[in-house]
Ligand binder design. Structure first.
Ligand code: GRG
Length: 299
């Protein structure tokens, strides 16, 4: 075991973890009826994506000493919640996006009503995955996980962050508000990923506390990098001025702090996140590498 960790190869780890997650996602949807609901759910759940959330869950389970197999239904549940939030976020009444992961958004293919309902079905299926499709975990722990998922998805998490974000559309917001939005829209679910994975693995309070610090750091860094990529990618494609116009109605870290300071802040946040895991130098290698991946990614 020690040797395997010493020769840790992140690219290999990521590929293996992604394959496991993709297989589990594919198997998670049964013969739902009616067919158009099933198709709409599958369309978004199996549309690719980095699968960062389920992989964080599996890595945290491993760090806590748990078996990956037991964490898979929870990892799938986290990706289902993420996917449903993207489907709803893309709707005309929210961000009104036509494309997601390079394909037409769910409502563009299936219509608004089915897209909303596919999101609802994925959200409820997520709770089914944890409560009745997880084996070998004591029910008190599953109850805690269900609690974490509820907090992350609901008003104290994604939904609350989304409402504040929608309220701020077209307005200049300060750094504090921007941070509030990201801690809720993005950070809450990332925190649930590591907490739930660790709970499956039987983590103690010390590890849960460290993972909570880790998740806050990578959550904010993730969003800063997203904002930086928005500027740099759109500038590359459209030319600098057009790229800035594209995100003109949205306050971003580069707008408030500039590109260099935003990058510096993301690096600092990741360094802080990683140092929270200092007491577990070997077993935390996947999570440390995932934190670096967040700042070095290009999509
Ligand atoms: C959860 C009940 C419930 C409702 C949803 C619409 C909504 C409420 C919230 C919006 C949340 C949202 C869209 C947050 C943005 C999160 C984010 C950073 C998405 C991009 O994540 P990546 O880069 O995407 O991991 P991929 O495509 O790789 O999965």
């Amino acid at each position: 075991m020690q040797e395997a960790i010493a020769s840790f190869d992140f690219a290999e780890y990521l590929e293996k973890a992604r394959t496991r997650v993709e297989d589990a996602l594919d198997a998670s949807l049964g013969p739902e009826k009616p067919e158009k609901l099933r198709e709409s759910m599958r369309y978004s759940l199996l549309a690719g994506g980095k699968r960062l959330r389920p992989i964080l869950c599996l890595a945290a389970c491993e760090l806590a000493g748990g078996e990956l197999e037991k964490a898979l239904p929870t990892a799938v549940a986290l990706e289902m919640i993420h996917t449903m939030s993207l489907i709803h976020d893309d709707l005309p009444s929210m961000d009104n996006d036509d494309l997601r992961r390079g394909r037409p958004t769910n409502h563009k293919v299936y219509g608004d009503a089915v897209a909303i309902l596919a999101g609802d079905a994925l959200l409820t299926r997520a709770f089914e995955m944890v409560s009745i499709r997880t084996e070998g975990i004591p029910s008190e722990r599953l109850l805690k996980i269900i609690g974490e998922l509820s907090l992350a998805a609901g008003a104290p998490g994604l939904v609350g962050g989304q409402v504040v974000d929608l309220d701020c559309e077209g307005k200049e917001v300060d750094l504090e508000t921007l941070e509030y939005i990201h801690l809720h829209k993005t950070g809450a679910l990332l925190k649930a990923c590591v907490t739930c994975g660790a709970l499956i693995g039987g983590a103690d309070e010390k590890l849960l506390e460290a993972l909570s610090i880790y998740a806050r750091g990578i959550g904010l860094a993730f969003q800063i990098i997203d904002d930086i990529l928005d500027v740099t990618a759109s500038s590359e494609v459209l030319g600098k001025t057009a790229g800035k116009d594209l995100i003109a109605d949205k306050t971003t870290y580069p707008k408030l702090l500039g590109l260099d300071e935003s990058r510096r802040r993301a690096d600092l946040l990741v360094a802080k996140a990683k140092s929270a895991l200092d007491p577990w130098p070997e077993k935390s290698k996947p999570l440390l590498a995932l934190a670096d991946y967040i700042t070095s990614r290009d999509r």
